[in-house]
Design a protein around this ligand. Structure first.
Ligand SMILES: [Fe+2]
Ligand SMILES: [Fe+2]
Length: 187
């Protein structure tokens, strides 16, 4: 049952990534969403987080902005609304829906760390970790999507990677320190 629901959610998010209306392009599926899912699997036990909740939350965490670019700025607010609609349709239990929605609502840097659940902290770290591991995706975003010049894009990506680093818990920083230092050196 859970497996089927997870697969259906996966299909729905992948389809949204493939749609023409997705301003980030299909790459956000392969180079961000799936990487964040992978990272939550790696981090769940470290955070004492429920692996099922974090996986569903990882699949859905940026879904609102992928579906509709107008929702990008507040996608941590619209994400839980979209998640509720989907998860309810699949008959997912209320307390599990709440846990997924809470993790999505707190995945961004603007949320104070002490307000996160274990699952929210796991997702926020998995998301930030993927930015550090995926510097080429950020460069693509800067040049192709935001139309920045070479130096402007480089500075923007560097700042984004530094902010992501600050979001990481210390033990997670240790996991990606090599990649972080290499990215900073290159940028
Ligand atoms: Fe996000
Ligand atoms: Fe994300």
């Amino acid at each position: 049952m859970i497996e089927t629901m997870r697969n259906r959610i996966e299909e729905i998010v992948e389809q949204a990534c493939a749609a023409d209306t997705n301003i980030f392009g299909y790459d956000i599926w392969t180079h961000h969403i799936l990487k964040v899912v992978e990272n939550t699997k790696q981090l769940a036990s470290r955070f004492d987080a429920d692996p099922e909740i974090v996986e569903i939350a990882a699949l859905l965490h940026d879904y609102a902005s992928i579906k509709d670019k107008a929702l990008y700025a507040d996608h941590h607010i619209h994400g839980p609304i979209e998640a509720e609609k989907l998860l309810k349709r699949f008959g997912y239990r209320k307390e599990k829906r709440e846990a997924v929605k809470n993790a999505i609502a707190t995945h961004r840097a603007s949320v104070r760390v002490e307000h996160r659940s274990a699952e929210g902290a796991c997702l926020a770290n998995a998301d930030a970790m993927s930015h550090i591991e995926q510097a080429p995706s950020l460069l693509y975003l800067a040049y192709m999507h935001h139309g920045m010049g070479i130096d402007e894009g480089r500075v923007w990506v560097k700042a984004k990677i530094q902010r992501s680093w600050q979001k990481l818990r210390e033990d997670v920083q240790d996991l990606v320190r090599d990649k972080y230092e290499a990215a900073l050196k290159t940028l």
